[in-house]
Write a protein that binds this ligand. Sequence first.
Ligand SMILES: [Zn+2]
Length: 420
Amino acid sequence: MRQLILAGLCALASFAAGAETIAIRAGGVVDVIAGTVARDQVVIVTDGVIRAIGHDVAVPAGARSVDLSKEWLAPGLIDAHTHMTLTETTDAAPFESFYLAETNAYRALRGMHHAAALLQQGFTAIRDVGNDGEWTMVDVAKAVENGLFAGPTIITSGKIIAPYGGQSHRIPHERGAFWQYEYLDADTPDEVRKAVRKNLYYGAGVIKLVTDNNPYHAGLEEVRAAVDEAHKAGVPVSVHVYGGPAAQVAIDAGVDSIEHGFELTDAQLQQMKAKGMFLVGTDFPRAHLDIIGTSGGILPEPAVLGPRIVDRLRRAHRIGVKMAFGSDTVMEQKGRTRADLMLDYLDVWKEAGVPPAATLRAMTANAAELLRIGDKRGRIAVGLAADLVAMPADPLADVLALRRIDFVMKDGRVVRQGPR
Ligand SMILES: [Zn+2]
């Protein structure tokens, strides 16, 4: 509801300022559902919304012209698994060290920095799935919605809900449950419901569970409670789980997406397909794994995980489970933005043999459906928001064309035109 009200206010503000019409001449317009390109199209955008598309559409008098006649126009990209406020350092440090030394204010500033960089490179929507301290991404999203900063559409989970201990291991009891700065402990259906409500209260647009991080994992009744409570509020549930019985619980409970799922069996992927459940595979490039190692003790060794990721992505595509792109990027590399690092994942999708059209669909329409914004974003269609990117090569011929994005439009405003 809050998002609806804000959207309404934005629309009123735009009308008050006088709605600008933009006519984009595109060499090709990519249909991410059909996996086809329509050549030599004109796209009319008024008040942030796509009003007409076609070869011969009438251009309204006074429309501002944007010449992309040598470019391919695609929907803005979406990453369904980000942690904008978190940075991991090296494998030598325990996971807790990534957040214990930082304030909420600093986390929010980092989140805004990364979100702005992502938009510049064509990510027009993201879903941030926790590890943001005390709901800092709610404020980053609010700052973008209120026009304080340019950024993507942000759906955020608030605190990660997990069985006792969050993603911490063997912390001495004398230290106390300090991880609750970053997580909500929930070990019964009632505790899960309370944790879900707490996140909803503070502005979550998705509920994130971590269910398999300890010798114990969340049970069916607990995950079902999360699904029931979240769905009643119109919010999806995403579950961090690698495989095994904990993944089976998540599948049986009817969650909306499995995050990671590195060890999912073919049978489990089949069940997910039958239920229309998304896989957000966070398919780390091997070069990234070699830098982050075990991610402070929560990932398998790179030599094990690297090949496993490629194999699981290949199997998931072959079986036909619905996939939404999610990077889980939390590292930094000098001279590169977080978006640069996110686009490294395209190499993994290529290596796994996923065709460009399917990869692009995972990064646009599929992700928008998972984020429950598919009626407004994720495709180039009349009536949808003008979240657009363009590049001088066909992304359906080679998905690495997405690295060459040189035009970004967000809600009808040109964010960037020309190389970075
Ligand atoms: Zn993650």
